[in-house]
Design a binder for this molecule. Structure first.
Ligand code: TRP
Length: 459
């Protein structure tokens, strides 16, 4: 099959910005803080850091390697790299599931991205000012109950993403991250400075770094792994595709470490922007998903310059979300373009329309379709609505599944020489260590997590 030649990143830095943009998202700023809160702080943070170091970085390297080896998007990459092997049909299937996973993620991610856009505007127009205690809950509930509002803002996030993607790698993705990432970083710094002067830093340090290992069990390990993989954009076609646009002379290990470091740093910093103001206001940290959309607005309303702080905070979330949605949207478009099925622009339109329908279902599952229950035969998902099922299946199950097979592919199918050449580490201890982790440790650990995910765990 003839390949359509695709654009490449103009430099390693362009890749780095885009990959960090992908990694840093709602997962870092919205989800990480509340998951840390729910899991009691320090021990979870340390577990998380260990997982990023031992599994996260090696897996980012793995996915970039598979992507860059032939500079082809996943479906074709897996097909060509397993040429002549009996297992080739299976690897084609894996290529396919890696592309499907980010689409499933976008099915709910676009809706939450829409909430952040809505909050930016609500804060600017003062709809979230002068509220009594408890009223932010009502504002949030009102948004959830309104199909029109949810769909309007979701549509906007789909449209922005599809527009950026349709313009291509250099004029679309690179340009967007060149503008959004510096702004994101600047806002983050401003927020931390603001938090710093409002007290609560000491409590935050204690909370984030004093481990209470009694809080760790198999659930927490599963949760921390899921969080780390999601945050690093693993277990899907994102890193494979971003790697396929990477020029051959760039060092994969260095870039992988850069992405993981920046991603983890932002997650921790997000904690330092949010927790201090929670502590100084004497609030609890265990409010789960409500932390950002219900608890924080109450505080913004009462703090000096709270409105400005609030606008900046939700802008930060919105920018982080958009640089992530483009990385989730790109793989499907990349594959359709490379295989010559559609031009990039047509592909962006088609994928965008399809995703809009899926995200609309998610949005409606919080109001008109809130009683619809799918997959009732499975105890774990029986009580979940459509949006929660999408999240659970794509961001937990499918991501682990794809990570497992990316590891097995690199360790057991791709020949050693190819990996050696691609990594540029020589036949060193580091190379052997990395390959050992991918070949033996990842299949066992991630394999077990999948068994546990399916409800057959025994630890
Ligand atoms: N990492 C992003 C976040 O933390 C989300 C994301 C972007 C993602 N691309 C991905 C998650 C690919 C899984 C797979 O919000």
């Amino acid at each position: 099959m003839a390949h359509v030649n695709q654009e490449k990143w103009s430099s390693g830095t362009a890749f780095l910005l885009a990959a960090i943009g992908s990694a840093v998202g709602l997962g870092n700023i919205y989800r990480f803080p509340y998951v840390v809160g729910e899991n009691g702080g320090g021990a979870f943070v340390i577990l998380y850091l260990g997982i990023v170091l031992f599994f996260g970085i090696p897996l980012v390297m793995t996915e970039l390697t598979i992507g860059r080896r032939r500079q082809l998007p996943p479906f074709t990459a897996f097909t060509e790299l397993s040429e002549g092997k009996k297992s080739q049909p299976f690897w084609k299937f894996i290529g396919f599931t890696t592309i499907l996973t980010p689409l499933g993620i976008l099915g709910f991610y676009f809706v939450i991205a829409g909430w952040t856009l809505n909050y930016v505007v609500s804060l600017i127009t003062g709809q979230l000012s002068d509220l009594q205690e408890g009223q932010t809950q009502a504002v949030f509930a009102e948004m959830m109950d309104s199909p029109g509002t949810l769909i309007f803002w979701m549509t906007l996030s789909v449209a922005i993403t599809a527009f950026i993607i349709s313009r291509g790698i250099k004029a679309g993705l690179e340009k967007a991250v060149n503008i959004l990432m510096p702004m994101l970083f600047l806002i983050l710094v401003l927020l931390v400075i603001y938090s710093f002067f409002n007290g609560g830093i000491k409590e935050t340090f204690e909370f984030m770094f004093t481990p209470d290992f009694e809080k760790i069990n198999m659930r927490t390990v599963l949760e921390a792994t899921g969080q780390a993989f999601f945050s690093l954009s693993l277990g899907s076609a994102t890193m494979l595709v971003y790697g396929s646009y990477l020029p051959k002379n760039e060092s994969i290990p260095k870039l992988a470490c850069g992405v993981a470091f920046a991603d983890t740093f932002v997650a921790l910093i997000a904690g330092f922007a949010i927790f201090p103001i929670i502590f100084t206001n004497g609030l609890e940290l265990d409010s789960g998903p409500n932390l950002v959309f219900v608890t924080l607005p109450v505080i913004f309303d009462q703090m000096p310059f709270g409105q400005v702080f609030g606008i900046l905070f939700f802008l930060l979330l919105a920018f982080a979300a958009i640089t992530s949605t483009i990385s989730l949207f790109e793989p499907a478009v990349s594959n359709l373009e490379e295989r010559g099925i559609f031009t990039r622009r047509k592909a962006s339109l088609v994928v965008g329309l399809g995703l809009w329908c899926l995200a609309a279902l998610s949005a409606l599952s919080m109001n008109v379709l809130s009683d619809v229950r799918l997959l009732t035969f499975n105890d774990t998902v029986a009580g979940k609505n459509i949006m929660d099922i999408l999240e659970y299946m794509s961001a937990n199950g499918m991501m682990l599944f794809n990570s497992l097979f990316a590891g097995i592919f690199l360790g057991w199918v791709l020949n050693r020489k190819e990996a050696l050449e691609e990594l540029g580490l020589g036949d060193s201890i580091l190379f052997k260590f990395w390959r050992g982790i991918i070949k033996f440790v990842v299949p066992i650990v991630v394999g077990y997590l999948i068994i546990d995910f399916l409800g057959y765990g025994f630890i």
